[in-house]
Design a protein around this ligand. Sequence first.
Ligand code: A2P
Length: 279
Amino acid sequence: MEIQSNMLTLADGNQMPQEGFVLYKVDDQETMNNAVRAAYEDGYRLFDTAQLYGNEAEVGQAFKDLNISRENIFVTTKVSEANQGYQSAISVKESLKKLQMDYVDLLLVHWPIQRAFFDTWRAFEELKKEGLAKSIGVSNFQIIHLQYLATKANEMPVVNQVELHPRLTQKPLLKYDEEHHIVTQAWSPLGRGAVLNILELETIAEKHGKSTAQIILRWHLQNGVSFIPKSVHPERIQQNADIYDFSLSPEEMKTIDSLNQYARTGREPELTYEYNHQY
Ligand code: A2P
């Protein structure tokens, strides 16, 4: 069974698969090779890593071993907080060396931090001009960060990757992103596995003969957001790609929307006095 991931057109004209595969907490080379091979064979084409994950070299090696052409995959990496500022550019060149690639398809600012907020983005705009990143975006930005960035950016992010799952539905942010032609991408689309045993989801899953993980991913799909589930188990990797042969009714979508509890599994993005003070 091969995934039939939709392609999304980004505001810069580039295309990005809607469903991807995150290589978070996949460290040793053998686990990496197995996960990458299983995901590729199941049809995943978007692969997401980060400087912070400490595994860009293993990701690069896994793709080298797989021996596929670069144009067949869409690779994202993220600049860590420690590397933000003008040195972003140096760190991205190091990332590319580790990845054994000439460019990344998508480069993200991993977290908004006030120190280096605009310097980082200037560096990203330059990296895009140089062709080292085909598209540039951000991660963990809230509306206020995007508004603040808009005051000085020459071009705006085309993707905002944030924590998003049935216990953290982020509706106002999704609306803002959509209105500003920014694709929202869900990290931890399954709430790190913590939302899989919710009764309402189990009821919907039973009705469709699917797992709760598949129901949640289908909800993301129908919401039009991009999503990058994580698994190191081949049967789950395959299961998470098998969500294209059924659909959720408007009532089922509403039921899942209503599970929101503003519950983060990760930390709250920093909201400083200065950001607020600008407005
Ligand atoms: P594992 O890697 O052991 O398969 P998220 O993508 O929200 O961060 O969630 C990832 C977590 O959910 C991981 O712990 C992963 O475990 C688990 N997981 C991923 N896919 C499935 C699935 N289809 N069924 C059950 N658990 C899953």
